[in-house]
Design a binder for this molecule. Structure first.
Ligand code: FES
Length: 133
């Protein structure tokens, strides 16, 4: 038999659904249900978005490159030195660039907007980059 406290504890462990919005090179905007503790890259993959993410989130391939709109840039934790080093290897990277595998969703990031960059699109059928031209 459950006590009120057990029920309250169970309810408090329910993950809170968060919002993540991803814009692709063709201009399409995808709204994804997210949960705290997952990386933005993992959430994009789980939603079926065409992200390369070749290293699976180890932070070594730089194929999960996204840009963060200015209004969100200051709300993200600063990148670690390893992430900065990897971003330096991407010719098109700029001050708004981040590796989406290094962005962990938190309640504070509910509604985060990311722009998945063409260099990190898995676009084998030409569906996304051709549409952007
Ligand atoms: S998935 Fe490889 S660096 Fe992000």
């Amino acid at each position: 038999m459950s006590t009120t406290r057990e029920i309250d504890d169970a309810q408090s462990t329910e993950p809170t659904l968060l919002g993540l919005e991803v814009q692709l090179a063709d201009g399409a905007v995808h709204k994804i249900d997210a949960a705290a503790g997952y990386s933005a890259m993992e959430l994009m993959r789980a939603a079926g978005l065409p992200i390369k993410a070749e290293c699976g989130g180890s932070g070594v391939c730089a194929t999960c490159h996204c840009r963060v709109p200015l209004e969100w840039a200051d709300r993200l934790p600063a990148p670690a030195n390893d992430e900065i080093d990897k971003l330096d290897e991407i010719p098109s990277a700029d001050d708004r660039s981040r590796l989406s595998c290094q962005i962990q969703m938190t309640d504070a990031l509910d509604g985060l907007v990311l722009e998945l960059q063409p260099d990190s699109l898995d676009d084998r059928d030409g569906r996304y980059l051709d549409a952007a031209e």
